[in-house]
Design a protein around this ligand. Structure first.
Ligand SMILES: [Zn+2]
Length: 352
């Protein structure tokens, strides 16, 4: 799965510009699917039928990543940009980026003051992104345009996937290429003859700008139960707000609540029960700093019992997110075991 994660994070997919990663997943998974479609917004929806009848499960992992968009090309060739999704202005300067032009990807970096200039600056000033600029090595505006850059081009972090420590990985867009990799592997590896029911795997678009793809996809599928699969912010470092409740290397998170939804108690308890039965470590999670596709899935149609499984990450929405690869494996194991444990849609009823 780590090879797939490396591959997926290397395909730029800023919100609204996910076509290359959606195409890759479509081409890879279409022969394994019982049915598939790409809807008008760009969501890839893959249907897998089990060998026996049972409930309809809808799962979603988002294919988009936070990024930027070209707003203006200055006369000296430097690029002004707008943010797409939740990037923190404090961590933008001096990071590599990739600008996705009509001629293909080009390298760049977000520029900043040389250290020698700092003594002439306000020492504690944090410049908002609107005052920053991307240097693509262009001599002037005409040179930048000749390189293929135009207003509206998507921009993503330019870091590469790397492994370090005994089971850690650093890179960008683990949020949520981790979930996409897990879903692809479940489609490819699960023994579907043993599954009772039908699973719709959604590779959603535009999650980072407000769960927009999940909203469209949830109109499309009438499900008995739903799950989102995403990364979550670990709280295991030293900053004052960190409560050590979700740690790297201690297994996937099973959400009770985030800002986008309150988990179905029945679905959450079923996930816990499946984890215990299969000796999969997990961490219960209450964190109001994050939302996921579950925020749309649970309110679709007449309401769908919905839960969420997450892979803890440090430095989320930066050029170098960090995850524990074993957490990702356990999250896949948990979701695979949940699918194999599907029996009866009434199991998830609000009142039995
Ligand atoms: Zn996410």
């Amino acid at each position: 799965m780590r090879e797939l994660l490396a591959k997926l994070t290397g395909i730029p997919s800023a919100c609204g510009h996910e076509y290359d990663v959606i195409r890759y997943l479509r081409d890879r998974l279409m022969d394994k699917a019982d049915a598939w479609e790409i809807d008008g917004l760009g969501n890839l929806i893959v249907r897998k039928d089990g060998g026996q009848p049972g409930p309809v499960l809808m799962m979603s992992a988002h294919s988009d990543e936070v990024g930027f968009i070209v707003k203006k090309i200055e006369n000296n060739g430097l690029i002004r940009f707008e943010k797409i999704g939740g990037n923190d202005d404090r961590i933008l300067p001096i990071e590599k980026v990739i600008v996705c032009t009509q001629n293909g990807p080009i390298k760049g970096l977000i520029g900043y003051l040389s250290a020698h200039m700092r003594k002439f600056d306000k020492a504690d000033l944090i410049r908002p992104y609107s005052q920053l600029y991307i240097d693509i090595g262009a001599e002037d505006k005409a040179d930048a345009e000749a390189m293929g850059v135009e207003i509206g081009d998507a921009i993503v972090w330019g870091t590469q996937y790397e492994e370090f420590g005994s089971s850690r990985a650093m890179g960008h867009a683990f949020d949520d290429k981790v979930g996409c990799a897990i879903q692809a592997k479940l489609i490819e590896e699960l023994d579907w003859s043993k599954v009772k029911g039908t699973v719709y795997f959604v590779f959603s678009v535009q999650e980072e700008v407000g769960l927009r793809g999940a909203r469209t996809a949830s109109h499309n599928v009438v499900a008995d139960v739903a799950l989102s699969i995403d990364t979550t912010a670990a709280s295991d470092t030293f900053e004052s707000m960190m409560d050590q409740m979700v740690c790297l290397g201690k297994g996937p998170g099973i959400k009770a609540m985030d800002f986008s939804f309150i988990s179905s108690v029945a679905v959450r308890r079923k996930l816990q029960q499946v984890a215990k039965a299969n000796n999969i470590p997990y961490q219960l999670e209450v964190f109001t700093g994050i939302g996921t596709d579950a925020g749309e899935l649970h309110m679709a149609h007449k309401g769908v019992p919905t839960g969420s499984v997450s892979v803890p990450s440090r430095n989320a929405h930066t050029a170098l997110e960090v995850i524990d690869l074993q957490d990702m494996e356990y999250a896949k194991d948990l979701l695979g075991a949940f699918i194999l444990a599907l029996e009866d849609k009434d199991e998830f009823k609000f009142v039995k």
